[in-house]
Design a protein. Structure first.
Length: 452
């Protein structure tokens, strides 16, 4: 089947031009600069005049909660939200029930992805205190990398013993597997929480969350991770950088095509909110690491353009509303963001924070580069036709009626956006079209390092 997307402004690899994209079945076969192409030689014609045509977003950091936590979310519901948000591929985290720290648990997730996901899917393998020998058994073409919780997590996935950390970093380096880390120092967090409870009671006010899960806790853990990565030559990607201080650990990128071995991720919550927003939104914006000061947020936004932030994900982490009640101790951490990540970032483009070309680097190209994604993340002949078509129009409001996530709430409720996700194509198939999702379609497993 041949599909033609014509007349849109194509944004790809630091360029922007009006052109036509030709798709045969699931792959791009041609990209033609110009304003006209005959409509008669295709099965489906998409008039993208007035729209931007960009690579589908690769969200490198999501928690879709399945298996084991499906009262909060599941792969079907959250992949619907992804499709509605212009996201064509997601990488899911391993802290489910059971944790994705064994081959059996990983295979079970692949089966769930194949049967339930409306977009393309991949799953991180989780590091525990003692499972490093199993890394060598992984098929490196099927997983993006290893996820490590360096403290401030729960159960066997909290890895903060020195010997275990050295083993994980060394093993990942030896196997040339990217290592993605959650960096918060548990000792500092626990000390801060104990002090807060002593002063304010068993559930300190939510405004104290960035004091408890402090900038000091983030920096100390990130500094340790960077030191270990240098020691062993590990490809390190630190998740959800939330502080200006941590940005000192990264060098500005000198090339868009050759990324450094140590990189940082920004997520929507830390780019959009600051501690002033706790007054209005309370525990709805509680996440780990915490949303911090306006100074930190502005530093993170600046780092989007100088290369110290290499990729943008969501850390999409739904909870039922009842889980979000309480303060710094009792309210659950995490929020659903995947459906609105692209329109939020387009809003930052509108505000002059970054260009749309840089947005595409951060949300599509660089996730593909970081994890050696095969045939996705770019608009190129021969690549899979993962495409988002976006346009600016009349403002619309985030309401519960438009939320696709199973939890049916968002910290963005009431916020207006002028940007619209008009259509999302996954492997050449229109999976989302102006509010309608094709529930019969299933995405494909993302593949990695196939050219090695």
């Amino acid at each position: 089947m041949r599909t033609i997307i014509d007349g849109g402004r194509v944004v790809n690899e630091s360029r922007s031009f009006v052109g036509t994209i030709v798709i045969d079945d699931d792959r791009i076969t041609d990209i033609i600069e110009g304003t006209y192409l005959a409509r008669g030689n295709c099965d489906k014609f998409v008039d993208a005049t007035g729209c931007f045509v960009i690579p589908g977003v690769i969200d490198e950091h999501v928690h879709f909660r399945e298996p084991g936590l499906t009262r909060k979310a599941d792969i079907a519901s959250e992949s619907r939200a992804a499709a509605a948000g212009g996201v064509t591929s997601f990488f899911d985290m391993p802290n489910t029930i059971p944790q994705t720290t064994t081959q059996d648990a990983l295979e079970a997730k692949f089966q769930l992805g194949a049967s339930e996901s409306r977009v393309n899917y991949a799953f991180f393998f989780g590091a525990s205190r003692d499972n490093s020998p199993s890394f060598a058994l992984l098929d490196r073409t099927r997983v993006p990398g290893i996820k490590l919780f360096m403290g401030a997590s729960t159960g066997n996935m909290q890895v903060d013993r020195e010997e275990s950390l050295h083993t994980v970093f060394k093993t990942c380096a030896d196997l040339q597997l990217p290592l993605m880390t959650h960096c918060e120092d548990s000792a500092i967090v626990n000390h801060n929480m104990a002090e807060a409870k002593q002063r304010y009671g068993d559930d300190p006010d939510i405004s104290l969350h960035p004091v408890i899960r402090s900038a000091e806790a983030c920096y100390a853990s990130s500094l340790l991770a960077v030191g270990l990565a240098h020691k062993y030559g590990t490809q390190l990607h630190i998740a959800h950088i939330s502080t200006a201080k941590e940005l000192e650990l990264f060098e500005p990128a000198t090339s868009s095509e050759h990324l450094p071995c140590i990189t940082g991720e920004g997520v929507i919550a830390h780019l959009l909110f600051s501690d002033e927003d706790y007054k209005l939104l309370g525990p709805r914006i509680k996440c780990n690491p915490s949303v911090k000061s306006d100074f930190d947020r502005e530093a993170l936004r600046h780092a989007l353009t100088d290369g110290r932030i290499t990729a943008v994900g969501t850390d999409h982490a739904p909870h039922e509303e009842k889980d979000k009640l309480g303060g710094s101790a009792k309210a659950a951490s995490g929020m659903p963001m995947i459906q609105f990540s692209l329109v939020t970032m387009l809003g930052l483009v509108e505000d002059g924070v970054l260009t749309i070309e840089r947005l595409v680097e951060l949300m599509a190209h660089n996730p593909a580069r970081l994890f050696s994604v095969s045939d996705r993340g770019f608009l190129r002949p021969g690549y899979k036709a993962d495409i988002a078509i976006v346009e600016k129009g009349n403002s619309w409001t985030v309401t519960r009626e438009v939320i696709e996530s199973k939890c049916k709430w968002s910290p963005l409720e009431g916020r207006q956006f002028p940007w619209h996700i008009r259509q999302t194509l996954c492997n050449g198939h229109i999976v989302y079209d102006r509010g309608s999702i094709d529930d019969d379609y299933r995405g494909e497993p993302v593949r990695f390092r196939l050219t090695e």
